[in-house]
Structure formats: structure tokens, C-alpha cells
Design a protein. Sequence first.
Lengths: 247, 488
Amino acid sequence: MLDINNLTAKIGDKEILRGVNLTVPDGEIHAIMGPNGAGKSTLSYVLSGREGYEVTGGSATYNGQDLLAMEPEQRAAAGVFLAFQYPVELPGVGNANFIRTALNSIRRARGEAELDAVAFLKLARAAIKNLSMPDDMLKRNVNVGFSGGEKKRNEVLQMALLNPGLAILDETDSGLDIDALKIVADGVNALRSPTFSALVITHYQRLLDHIVPDYVHVLAAGRIVRSGGPELALELEAHGYAGLEAA
Amino acid sequence: MAAVTETLETVDALAAQKYKYGFETNIAMDEFPKGLNENIVKLISAKKNEPEWLLAWRLKAYALWRSMEEPDWARIKHPPIDYENLYYYAAPSGPEPKSLDEVDPELIKMYDKLGIPLNERAALAGVDSPNVAVDAVFDSVSVATTFRETLSKAGVIFCPISEAVREHPDLVKEYLGSVVSIGDNYFSALNSAVFSDGSFVYIPKGVRCPMELSTYFRINARNTGQFERTLIIAAEGASVSYLEGCTAPMRDENQLHAAVVELVALDDAKIKYSTVQNWYPGDAEGKGGIYNFVTKRGNCKGKNSKISWTQVETGSAITWKYPSCILKGDNSVGEFYSVALTHNYQQADTGTKMIHIGKNTTSTIISKGISAGHSNNTYRGLVKILPGASGARNFTQCDSLLIGDQCGAHTVPYIESRNMSAKVEHEATTSKIAEDQLFYCRSRGLSEEDAVGLIVNGFCKDVLKELPMEFAVEAQKLLAVSLEGSVG
Ligand SMILES: Nc1ncnc2c1ncn2[C@@H]1O[C@H](COP(=O)(O)OP(=O)(O)OP(=O)(O)O)[C@@H](O)[C@H]1O
Ligand SMILES: [Mg+2]
């Protein structure tokens, strides 16, 4: 379970998160919507431990572990995965090598045996096939020269292979064509289990047609200002965020 | 190429380790008295039963060296080297071993520890490098050369240069000093006077060397300079791939290494020369380490010949080294692929010279410099197109990667073109490891050091893929290990 309590954080002198409260029990998928600049990406970075984001108060735990006290790689080992809004290019680093190094780092941290190249490639090829992605995705350098949509799909491929307990997807649907959107949604749905939970950050109701969330939250000006069921997304689609900040 | 890329991608995660070759081996040594004079030169020559002409050659070099000054144009700083406080010859006691059975077991153990199999049967059984012949040079002498019979069946000569002087005097006489003249520079003069051992390779006409050849250099003795001399000749249509590796014990005092390597490629011949240089770099405060002043040059003497240098330089307190190509033959090709990594207080001033003489000669220079800690890393290169080199082409790419803000990266390219039809291209970049790249990797579970290792290896990929497979894997590990403690 992810448990966020009155979390406040700033970048430089600017207060961005102003008291976030959110609980995501295992097995559930929660969507986060909200206007540009509300702090959605900031929340995802704070949860995954990016430098430069100063937590000024509150707490965030996952399965009882204090996330905020952990290094980013320890959070990954604890099962937290962030699909980046803007995936990063790693020139000269092969995608397969990258994902295998990541997977083995996590396995090592958990005291599990590492996967050799052959075993990994088998897994990776299967995942690629499930996600209807081209094989050369594994051979290319991480995100280098990928189209916007390919970068997002690569995030989902990494998620599928690292098999996290908590996935945070930051606008993974932005820039995807209709078929890709469906594939990405299937990728998330395939992970659904009583021990998996997800925070899905999105601007568009159409993603939530495919990944049906248990709850929808609206983050505005650094706070969750409204929560509801899947129907809240439809309402937002119709009326926008006007008036919500005051609520 | 595909296989190599595959290996790069499948290399295992790195075990955290510091300089692991820093141990010392205790065996009885013969040393000549400290300091350098004509007598020492004569003693070295006598110890090796050299012919008159070679002694005369050495003495001429010695006299030249005495008249020269240490060069000061490189971007390196060090206290003056006291040439009178060095030993110029050190070798395991006793007569030279005739076969592996006569080699001191302590030495064989040492090479095992370094991962260099001198025992041919073990090498053949090993999956790591089943197809590599090794010449092992320990301080001043070659202690063992493997697979000589297999090679001699193919007509290939691979032996210590001291032996080549005795067994193949005509070849040695013809080519020794033909690419790097005695007085080429201060360190080549010194080397010519006191060179002790090194490898000699001759690939006869039309022969593709059936296996990779390698020399493994090890400095063990204290206060001893290592001055090896390597000479490789590929006759018409011949080809060979040669690897060189180096390590030394950790010591507080600096040790001098001044080698000369000469390559000669005749018509249609190809020589690929790869180095992984991992001499002891000194400690985190900059104490100790090897002073590596090396002259390497290849002569593409024949038409359509090709010489390719690939180097991964991670060791040494000081690296002063410019593997170069003289492109004399028409259509000849010169290549220089380099990774130079400096950390702590290491200093590297390295690059290449491509001298275009023949028509339609082409050269490629890819240099990747990585600086961390308080180190300084300089690329220094010369592309020279002579008037007769019509149609000459050069492409140069120099990339520098900085880790932290206490280190320096410098690029000093010289271009001299005296032929209007020549095309010379130069590209250079300087970058830092970006915070978002590090965070991306760490959010996937990689430690900060593994993330740096991965990003640096990616940065060097264009060079690493030029290395033979076994070396590529070794080099990748070395890069990551050499950067330990550079972040965080
Ligand atoms: N490095 C930074 N320095 C200064 N301000 C920043 C920085 N990063 C983010 N901000 C500011 O913090 C606020 C929240 O940004 P954040 O990226 O979290 O918004 P978001 O909700 O993800 O928006 P979007 O929907 O556009 O992705 C914005 O006003 C943004 O300009
Ligand atoms: Mg955002």
C-alpha cells in the first residue's frame, strides 16, 4: 500500500506540493488528473527520489517502508517504478543491456539470482511480443532516436520486465496513437493483481476507458482537491477544472 | 562486428573492486647498478649476447639522448625524473628459460593471478581466450611465449625481440628504427639505448595470422624503468591482430615506462594493434603511479595497406602517447580509436598523428576522453596532408566527458593541409553526465556508480566495438572500476 500523508515539497524556493494526502491500497489503480503545472510530475519525482526536490513535511510510505529516506535505487528494489513523462536518452547504451542491468540490480538487492543474457532475452522477446513492439526496440540505444510514442512504449516495456509492485505512469498516454494507447493500456492491465497498484497520471479520459481506475483524484495547485470514481473523469472532460481549486 | 556488439550488451554486471593488479611478486632478481652510463648500455647488450652492430646502435642512441632535453610541450606536470636513480635492467635470476618447464613457478602463478595463461593446455581449455598467443614480459625480459609451434607452422614469427636479434638479424636490422628513428624524441632515444625486451612479429607474404597475438607487460621490480621495444612487420597481403596489456604493483614512488612500438605494413597488409593500458595510476591523493612515455608509430609503407590503433588508457599517473600512422602507400588507411580515462590526479596527454603522403590515403580518428576527480585529460592530434597526397581524406571526432567540476578536458587539434584536393573534417564535443541520465538509471534500480559506468561505456562504444571481443569485455569492466568513487 502507498500511503502519502500531508506531503509538502519545494523546488528551490518554490513550494509545489502543498499537503498531498493519498492512499493507494494494493490491487487498486488510481488516476491523477489536474491542470498543467499542478505538481503531478513533481509528486512522481518526489516519490521516486529525484534530486532537487526538497521534502519539507509529511510522509510517504510504501508497504510500511519510508520511501523518503531511501535512495532512488532502493525504491526501485522495493518495487516502485516511474514511467517518465519525458524518457531520457542514453547514447551508446543498448536497450537490452540497460534493462537487464536494471533487472539484475533489483534482483541482487532482493537477494535473488541474476538472469544471464540468454534467460533475459527470452523474457524480453516475450514481453516485446505481448506489447506488439518491434524486435529492434531491444537492440537500439536507450530512447536514442525514438519517436515520442516509441519512448513511451519503451517505458511500458521496462515496466513489464521489471514487474513493479507500484507503477507511477506520468502521462504515458501522451503522444500515443490510438493503437499504441490500447497496447499500453493492455500492458498495465496485464500487471493487475492483488499485489500490484498504480498511479496513472493523465490529461485524457480516453486512457481511462482502457485502464479503468478504482479512483480518480484531481491535483490542483499542489493539493488533491477532489476524489471520486471513474465518473469524475467524465465530468472533468465535460466541464474542465474551473472552480475546482477553490474547493 | 555483430558478435562484438552482442558481447558488449551481454557483459555481466561489475563486481566492485579497486586496482586489483597491485600485488608484488617476490622472486630473486638480477639488477644492474642504478643510473645510466655507457657501461650500463654495454652491460645490457652483453647480457643479451647482442651483435656488434646493435651495441653500436645503442651507444649512438645513448649519446644522442645525453644531448637532448625532455620535451615540455605536453599538458602534464611532474617533478623532474631522476634518471640516475633508476635501475635500467632487472630480470629473474639464472639462465633464460628455454621452455615453460624452466620458468619459475612463482612467475607462472603470478600470471595466473593476472588471468594470463602461460600454460598452453590451460589456455586451450579456457573458454575466455582460447585463441590468443601470449608473450609475457616481466620487467626487462620476456619470460615465456606461447603457441610458438602453431604459429611457426603458418610461417609466423612471434618471439622476444632479443631472440629475433639472434635468429632473424636481417629482418631486425632492416626494420628496427625504420619507423621511429633513434633520435625521434627524447624517450625514443632513451629506449633505443636501453631497451631490454618486447615482442617481435613477422607475418610472411599472404599469411593471415591464425590467432590473435598478445604481449603482456608487467612491471614488478622497484625503481626499475621498463623500456620495451616491439616491432611488427606484415609482409605483402599479410594480416595480424595484436593485443597489448599492462599492469604494475601499487607503489608510492613513480616508475618510468618508456616503450617504442614500430609497425610496418607492406602492400595490401593489415595490422590491428589494440592496447588496454592499466598501469598502476597512483592513489587517490596522486601518490605513486607509472609515468608512461610511449612512442608508437606505424608505417603504411605499401599501397592499400592499413594500420589501425585502438587504445583504452585507464592507468598510469601520466600518459604521454601518440600512436601514429605514416600513410605512405597510395590508398593506405590509418585509424586511431582511443578511450582515455583519467581520475583522481591522473594526467593524460594523448592523441595521434596521421601523416598523409600517398594518394587517396584516408584516416579516421575517434577519441573519447573521460575526466573525473582532479585529473587532466588532453587530446592532441595532428593531421598533416603533404603536397603529393591528392584525394586524401581525414575524419576526426573528439568527444570529452566530464565527471565533476574539478577536472579538465582539453582538445588540441593541429591540421596542416598542403593539398587542395584533400578533405579534412573535425568534430568535437564536450559534455557532462546529465543529472537526468543518472536519475533515470537509478530509478530503474542501478546504483549511482553502475549508472556512471553504463553511461561512460555508452559514451565509449564507438571505440570499444573496435576491440577484439575478450578485450572489449575486459575494457568495459576496467572503465567502470577506474571510475569508482568519482561520484557521490
Ligand atoms: N526544476 C524546476 N525549477 C523551477 N520550477 C519547476 C521545476 N520543475 C517544475 N517546476 C514548476 O513546478 C510546477 C509543477 O510542475 P510539474 O511538472 O510537477 O507539473 P505537472 O502537474 O506535471 O504539469 P503537466 O501537466 O504540464 O505535466 C510548475 O509550475 C513548474 O513550472
Ligand atoms: Mg507533468
